[in-house]
Design a binder for this molecule. Structure first.
Ligand SMILES: *Cc1c(COP(=O)(O)O)cnc(C)c1O
Length: 233
């Protein structure tokens, strides 16, 4: 477990340094551990080091992995990958938050299953801020604004904020612009919907979380920097 302890310390130092650079407090930023493709043992090790927030990008994999866990019952599990409508039922039962809502139809299906289960689900709206076609998310602000009122009317879902995956490039300027865009949209939503108390801006991964923190991220989703390289995406 030492490998993990050292990586966690290094990540904490990076978070701390980025927060200091932009005058923010460490407590404003949550660290979500991404365990996709990894065995449950990795999550258990991270749990033993104090982490409680975990993310998976596939519903089936998450259910298979975490469904049989004994202990770790105070973890919060988030879906961070695209949600297909035919997985909405399992997702409604299994996750504490779906960070990747990018269509009204998916939200409607998820809401219906949450209503059946008598639960209210936290959700984030995912926005494609990079323009990369391979990425999911609402393609732009107007697509999001066209859907938001219908999503808001779904009483078993609670919108907490926004999520994005930054562009795949080493060019800092481009990555930063993408995070800044999400932040601006977040501010716009907060002023248009003050009654929602939007509080979560989920952006930043292993390679770009410092930039995300500097641009206002409140939740970074970290896999590789914590657990090492994955064998597949
Ligand atoms: C895999 C993944 C992450 C973590 O990526 P790393 O680069 O390994 O930190 C974060 N967010 C989403 C949506 C992911 O699919």
């Amino acid at each position: 477990m030492d490998y993990l302890r050292e990586r966690l310390v290094a990540i904490e130092e990076r978070i701390e340094a980025a927060s200091v650079r932009c005058g923010r407090k460490r407590e404003e930023i949550e660290l979500l551990a991404v365990t996709k493709t990894l065995p449950l043992a990795c999550a258990e090790d991270a749990y033993a080091l104090g982490l409680r927030l975990f993310g998976e990008n596939r519903v089936k994999e998450a259910v298979e992995k975490y469904g049989n866990r004994s202990g770790m019952m105070d973890t919060r599990l988030h879906l961070i990958g695209h949600l297909q409508r035919n997985k909405a039922r399992d997702a409604s039962r299994f996750f504490d938050c779906v960070e990747s809502i990018d269509k009204t139809e998916t939200a409607i299906a998820l809401n219906a299953y949450c209503a059946q289960a008598g639960k209210t689900m936290d959700i984030l709206l995912e926005v494609n801020t990079s323009g990369e076609v391979s990425k999911s998310g609402f393609p732009d602000d107007s697509a999001l604004f066209a859907s938001i009122d219908s999503i808001l009317s779904l009483s078993n879902l609670r919108i907490q904020g926004l999520m994005t995956v930054g562009p795949l490039t080493d060019e800092e300027r481009i990555v930063r612009a993408s995070f800044a865009r999400l932040r601006e949209l977040f501010e716009k939503l907060k002023s248009l919907y003050p009654e929602l108390y939007l509080s979560v801006l989920s952006m930043g991964m292993s390679g770009d979380f410092e930039l995300a923190i500097e641009e206002g991220s409140t939740r970074i989703r970290v896999g590789t920097a914590l657990f090492g390289p994955r064998t597949y995406a």
